[in-house]
Design a binder for this molecule. Structure first.
Ligand SMILES: NC(=O)c1ccc[n+]([C@@H]2O[C@H](COP(=O)([O-])OP(=O)(O)OC[C@H]3O[C@@H](n4cnc5c(N)ncnc54)[C@H](OP(=O)(O)O)[C@@H]3O)[C@@H](O)[C@H]2O)c1
Length: 247
C-alpha cells in the first residue's frame, strides 16, 4: 500500500474555498495536515471563517481574493498562495458558477461568464500551479455529474463548461505525469450548498434522479478530494460523488 495517509507539510489552494464544497474541502485538507489558502471573490467574511477553522486545527491559512473568471487573476491567486504559504502542492479547482436555463434565454454574457469561470479560470490556474509544483503535486478539479448525464433540459451551458474539464484533466495527467504530478476530476451530483440548496424548487427532482434518493453533502465531496490529495497512483481519472446519478 503506497497511498499517502496524511498531508502534513503540504500546501493547498482551494479556489472558491469560502462556501459550500470548497469550504468543506479546505477544512478537510487541514484535518489531514495541509496548510490551506482559501480563495474567494465576494465572500470575505465567509473566507475568514474558513481560515479561522483551519487555524483552529493547528494549520496555517490565508484568505485570497480573486475573480477566477478574470484573464489574469486566477494565475495570480496561485502565485499569491505559494508566496503566502511557501510553495504549492495541491490545487483544488473548485470555484464555479451555474447558469441554468433554456437555450434561447442564454445571453452571450452568460456564455462568456460561465466559460471564463468554469473553464478558462481552471485552465489558467492549473497552468500556473503546474509551473511551480514539485514532484507529488496534485491538481484536483470539481466538475459535475452533468458532464456525464444531463437528466433534463436547461443544462446546455453548464454541461458544456463541465464537460471541457474531462479533456483538460486527461491532458494534464499526460503532460505532468513525468514530473510525478497527478490530475483528477471529481463529479459531484446534487450537493446541498448555496448554489443548489436541498430545499430549493428543483431539489426533489434532482434527488429522485439519484440511486440513493437524496442530496449529498459538501463533506461527502471533500472526502473524495482528500483521498485524491493523498493518492499516489491515480491520475487522469474521474470520480463521481453523485449518489448514483450516473447509474
Ligand atoms: N452544489 C452542487 O449541486 C454541485 C453539483 C455539481 C458540481 N458542483 C460544482 O462544485 C463547485 C462548488 O459548488 P458549490 O455548490 O459549493 O457552490 P457555491 O456554494 O455557490 O460556492 C461557490 C464558491 O465559488 C466561489 N466563486 C464563485 N465564482 C467565483 C469567481 N468568479 N472567482 C472566484 N471564486 C468564485 C464562491 O466565492 P464567494 O463566496 O466569494 O462568492 C464560493 O466560494 C462548483 O464548481 C460547482 O459547479 C456543485
Amino acid at each position: 500500500m503506497t497511498t499517502q495517509v496524511t498531508l502534513h507539510g503540504k500546501v493547498a489552494l482551494v479556489t472558491g474555498g469560502s462556501r459550500g464544497i470548497g469550504a468543506a474541502t479546505a477544512v478537510r485538507l487541514a484535518r489531514e495536515g495541509a496548510d490551506v489558502a482559501v480563495g474567494y471573490v465576494n465572500g470575505k467574511e465567509a473566507a475568514d471563517d474558513v481560515v479561522r477553522a483551519v487555524k483552529e486545527l493547528g494549520r496555517r491559512a490565508v484568505a485570497l481574493r480573486a475573480d477566477t473568471g478574470d484573464a489574469t487573476e486566477a494565475a495570480e491567486m496561485v502565485d499569491a498562495a505559494a508566496e503566502a504559504l511557501g510553495g504549492l502542492d495541491i490545487l483544488v479547482n473548485n470555484a464555479g458558477v451555474g447558469v441554468i436555463g433554456p437555450l434561447d434565454t442564454l445571453s452571450l454574457a452568460d456564455v462568456d461568464r460561465v466559460l471564463d469561470v468554469n473553464v478558462r479560470g481552471v485552465f489558467l490556474a492549473s497552468q500556473a500551479a503546474a509551473a511551480r509544483m514539485p514532484e507529488g503535486g496534485r491538481i484536483i478539479t470539481i466538475g459535475s455529474c452533468m458532464a456525464q448525464r444531463v437528466p433534463g433540459p436547461g443544462g446546455t451551458l453548464y454541461a458544456t463548461s463541465k464537460a471541457a474539464l474531462a479533456g483538460l484533466t486527461k491532458a494534464l495527467a499526460r503532460e505532468l505525469g513525468g514530473r510525478g504530478i497527478t490530475a483528477n476530476l471529481v463529479l459531484p451530483g446534487p450537493i446541498d450548498t448555496d448554489m443548489n440548496p436541498a430545499d430549493g424548487p428543483y431539489a426533489a427532482g434532482q434527488a429522485a434522479m439519484t440511486a440513493l434518493g437524496r442530496f449529498g453533502t459538501a463533506d461527502e465531496v471533500a472526502s473524495t478530494v482528500a483521498y485524491l490529495a493523498g493518492a499516489t497512483y491515480v491520475t487522469g481519472a474521474e470520480f463521481p460523488v453523485d449518489g448514483g446519478h450516473a447509474a
